[in-house]
Structures are given as C-alpha cells and as structure tokens.
Design a binder for this molecule. Sequence first.
Ligand code: AMP
Ligand code: MG
Length: 348
Amino acid sequence: MNTIIEDMRSGVDEEGIARAGDILKHGGLVAFPTETVYGLGADALDAQAAARIYAAKGRPSDNPLIVHIADWDALDYIVEEIPEEARLLADAFWPGPLTMIFKKSEVVPLATTGGLQTVAVRMPVNEVARAMIRAGGGYIAAPSANTSGRPSPTKASHVMDDMDGIIEMIIDGGDVEIGLESTIVDLTEDTPMILRPGYINEEMLEKVVGSVKIDPAVSGADTKARPKAPGMRYRHYAPRADLIIVEGAQEAVREKINELVQEAAACGKVPGIIGTDESRDLYQGGLVKSIGSRADELTIAQHLYSILREFDDSDISVIYSESFETPNMGLAIMNRLIKAAGHQIIKV
Ligand code: AMP
Ligand code: MG
C-alpha cells in the first residue's frame, strides 16, 4: 500500500482533511496528530474498520480503543448515560488530554471496546485532529499509532517508521505538545478512578469532582493487583536495550550511574545514559542524552518516547536512566518509564 503523507504542520488543510474523511468513511486508517501522542484512527462505529487497527498495530484484540469525538453533542449517541461528574470534568478539561470511561450504547461495536460493555471517550484539543474527526463521521477510534510494544509516536517520522505501507494516510502535524497518552478516568463506579496517569493529575481532577481514586495497580500501592485498563497490563514501550532506572537523591543517582558506566567500560561496553539538561555534563563516559529540563517537566514528558526510539536506532545494549518524580507529571512519566524498564530499578 502507498501511504499518503499530508503536511499540516502549519494547520488545517481543508482538502487534505476531506481526503482523510473519505478514507475513514470507507473503512480505512489515518494516523493523525493530537496533543498527547499520534493516534491511529478508524471509524469507531464500523467493526471491520476497528479490526484493521488491531491488525496494523499487532495489538491484542482484548485491548480496547479510545473513541475520539470533536464536539460535546456527539457524546450522547455512544454512551448509555452521562454522569454529572462527566459534565463537570468535560467543562474543565475538554477538549484536552482526558479520557473518560462510560457505559456504552448499542451503536458502539464490541470490536471497538475489546469486548467490554464500556467505552472510553476523549475530545482532543488539536484542531487538525478535530477537523479530521468531523470529516470522518464524528466517531474515530484511535489508539497510539505505533506498532504494539514500541514507544508511542510523538512525531510523524515515528509513525512512518512503524506504519509506512500499512495504512492509507499519515497527517503530519509536527511534534506533539505533551508526549504522554491521556489520563484515563473511569466514571462507571461510585468514585471516579484514574486508570492511567497523564498530564491531568489527581489534584486537578479532585478540584473539580472532589474525591478521586487511583487504580492501586497503577499508583504502585499494590504491585500484585491487575490494572483495570486492559492496556496497562501489557509490557509496553520496551526499548531494544536493557533499561535500568537509578532512583534516589539526584547527586547519589549521578554517582551510581558514573560507577555503573565505569564497570561497563572495563568490559569494553559503552552504555547509554538518560540525564537532563542540568546533569548531562556531570557524567564521565557513556552516551549521554538529555531528556529535557527539570525546571520544565513538560520537556521531560515530551522527549521520553523519542529518546527511547533514538536508543533503539543505536547499538547501545544497556541504558541507565535517572528517575523523574517531578511535581505534576511525575506519576505519569514514571509510570511509562518503569514499564519501559520492565520494572528494573536500582535504589540508591
Ligand atoms: P492507547 O490508545 O494505545 O493509549 O490505548 C488505549 C488505552 O485505553 C488502553 O490502555 C486501554 O486499555 C484503555 N481503555 C480503552 N477503553 C477502555 C475501557 N472501556 N475500559 C478500560 N480501559 C479502556
Ligand atoms: Mg498505546
């Protein structure tokens, strides 16, 4: 298949959007930018189109898709009921990086929800994304546009690496703003529960709806519990190299990583290091990459997946990473990093 690339880095191109809408309405696949990561879109109400997403990604069929809408009025058709909390949260955070779980209405096929009676819905803020959703019929199922098990794409070139020749179109909207997938909140129980941490954190949600719980399997409170979001159960985002996180006070972490680098050098190996703008010059040896600045935690989120992809393209076989328990996005950043590391953590 010849994958069409539409350049919308400087904004919505109506003709390109019409072509994307046409592909989507005929059951095809279009990758598109959102503020979180690139999505791989198909008509959410067409079971066969949704099935094509699973095939293109190599995604397990029990891992449900998020349905993307462009307008609040679209929600009613695909959900059984809209709880009051959802109205409040939508007022505060939609359009934006928040996904809410509802009981689904009968128009949503089980192929889209991975066999569940609930449906995840999000309204992205990205204008290109919303124009494309409207052109495609209003309901676009979209997981991240990566091959299953690879880091989520944060720029169009990442999508091309994974999806070129497999899908009909990729819309290039430049680099994403946030770099981590949306926060997922389940509204089908009495108290809203965070199933996946993201840019919108617990404190921000609590300001709007009072008490919020975090899935204990995700907060780290219960390491044996089974995560409620099926996608959180899989080993995701695994880089080719062995990734080991070193956790502790920043100076002690740097000392430990320098020590590990020396040990590796003694065996003739060059390890990779994930540091920050503040620490990168303090390492002696190793291939150091800065993930961003501790003074601006969003830069750390933005570059996490691209740095993992860069290491995949090198012949580095082991990577040591600092840990990033930053004030607002720390839970989300560390959730993704710990999964990428397959839970290998050295505490100092
Ligand atoms: P991705 O778009 O690749 O970030 O994947 C979507 C995430 O949303 C996965 O972790 C899914 O398991 C989760 N998800 C989607 N629908 C539901 C649902 N109905 N209930 C719980 N989790 C869901
Ligand atoms: Mg994903």
